[in-house]
Structure formats: structure tokens, C-alpha cells
Design a protein around this ligand. Structure first.
Ligand SMILES: [Zn+2]
Ligand SMILES: [Zn+2]
Length: 89
């Protein structure tokens, strides 16, 4: 069997991706749900934790991270200005 699909949870092998998906839905549904929890909003890649999503963003979408940093910087400055304005008036 040259072209087989291996279950990444228990190592069972299947001749088609459909059989594998049925097997995973039946035997590892909770693990699948866990894995589906953190998809990358930019490319749809699914990661297993928010930390991994952050790492993925840094390596695969550095321009997005730069934009988010800029966004947070603007919010921080705006908050400081707002607090100063409230304090002075
Ligand atoms: Zn399995
Ligand atoms: Zn991505």
C-alpha cells in the first residue's frame, strides 16, 4: 500500500482520506475539536494553542504582527492622551 493515510492520534492506517476522517470522527472527536480551536485568521491553518498561533503569526505573517503592534501603540498613545486630557480639564 503505497498511498496510505495514517491517523496522527493512534497510528492506524487507512487507504482513503474519507475512511481516515470517519475513523477520527468516531474515535478522536474530542481531540479533533481541541485541535480545531485555534485557526489562523489569515491563512486558515489550525494550531493547537494561542501561543502557537502567536508563533505562527510571527514566522508566517510578520507583516500582520507589525500591523498589530502599530495598532496597540496607537491605542496606548490615545489612552495616555485621554487620561492627560481628563486630568487637565
Ligand atoms: Zn486513530
Ligand atoms: Zn497563518
Amino acid at each position: 500500500m503505497a498511498d496510505y493515510h495514517r491517523c496522527e492520534y493512534c497510528g492506524d492506517q487507512f487507504s482513503s482520506i474519507i475512511e481516515l476522517n470517519i475513523h477520527k470522527a468516531g474515535n478522536h472527536a474530542s481531540k479533533e475539536a481541541e485541535n480545531m480551536r485555534y485557526p489562523c485568521k489569515r491563512c486558515g491553518e489550525v494550531l493547537s494553542s494561542p501561543r502557537e498561533v502567536a508563533e505562527h503569526m510571527k514566522t508566517d505573517h510578520p507583516e500582520a504582527v507589525r500591523w498589530i503592534n502599530f495598532f496597540w501603540w496607537v491605542i496606548t498613545i490615545a489612552t495616555i492622551l485621554f487620561v492627560l486630557w481628563k486630568y487637565l480639564t
